[in-house]
Design a binder for this molecule. Structure first.
Ligand code: ADP
Ligand code: MG
Length: 257
């Protein structure tokens, strides 16, 4: 009887309950638990297990390059970042409203870390997220053009609740990718949230997109409902290396007379 119940629970997909059947029944009878509380415990455990599995799947699908949360971020090292705006972003209201977050700054100041931290929070709240670098976008665009699957790619980029596009500006976009990006931004405008990180200020985006008019049209849509985090601090990577003694402070050079 017992193993039949376990078997049927598994067939029904109640894996967690099937695995814990023994201990659940024992603890319920030992503690004289009511029928309602017993059922409630079973359902709660099964529910939480499924939520955790779904979250793990969404995290894998998001394709983050590394996993670091906002709690791992040392805000005292980057005082130029408004903690208030970070907190507001973590509520994920911007995703519900189809708004954007732009994170600008030189290399190593924590742009990718912040973007991933926001992404993880969105995933925990049940949203679907996709992370990609501008370089990935260019590669996927070229592949799609060759295969004739451009519409499929555009749909794939419009589907997630939040798209994180990292490292805009390190390389210039080719014309095809710049146009694809414009289409994605236009389609997502006021509907799908985006986080974009860049080492370039907005005035330099014309060069990145190879076209000032196109860059202006993209920025116009991106910035309409958005918050920009302009990080002005030092590179955290360099600071860690300095602390480890990899870059000893150079001896003072005597100025030429
Ligand atoms: P970039 O601005 O170039 O995208 P990253 O976000 O990749 O920089 O940060 C580089 C490394 O330094 C990562 O390992 C990141 O976790 C770490 N880092 C950057 N800023 C901070 C910070 N303020 N607190 C903790 N770790 C940080
Ligand atoms: Mg980065």
């Amino acid at each position: 009887m017992y193993s039949l119940l376990e078997e049927r629970l598994k067939v029904l997909g109640w894996q967690q309950t099937a695995h814990q059947l023994d201990s659940l029944v024992e603890s319920a009878s030992a503690n004289n638990v009511s029928y309602f509380d017993f059922l409630d415990t079973l359902v709660k455990q099964e529910w939480e297990q499924r939520e955790a599995q779904a979250l793990t799947k969404r995290i894998q699908k998001a394709r983050f390059p590394y996993s670091k949360t906002i709690h791992d971020f040392d805000f005292s090292f980057q005082p130029s970042i408004s903690e208030q705006r970070v907190k507001e972003t973590l509520t994920c209201r911007f995703i519900a409203n189809g708004e954007n977050r732009l994170i600008l700054g030189p290399p190593g100041v924590g742009k990718t870390h912040l973007a991933i931290g926001f992404g993880l929070e969105a995933l925990a709240k049940g949203y679907h997220v996709l992370f990609m670098t501008a370089d990935d976008l260019g590669e996927q665009c070229q592949k799609a053009a060759k295969k004739g699957t451009m519409n499929y790619l555009i749909n794939r980029l419009c589907k997630p609740d939040l798209i994180i596009l990292d490292e805009v500006g390190y390389f210039s976009f080719d014309t095809l990718t710049a146009n694809l990006f414009f289409q994605v931004v236009s389609k997502r405008y006021e509907k799908g949230a985006m986080i974009i990180t860049s080492n370039k200020s907005y005035v330099e985006w014309g060069k990145t997109f190879g076209d000032d008019v196109l860059a202006t049209a993209i920025l116009d849509r991106l910035l309409h409902h958005s918050v920009t985090f302009n990080i002005k601090g030092d590179s955290y990577r360099m600071e860690e290396k300095k602390k480890a003694g990899i870059f000893p402070t150079p001896p003072a050079i005597e100025s030429e007379k």
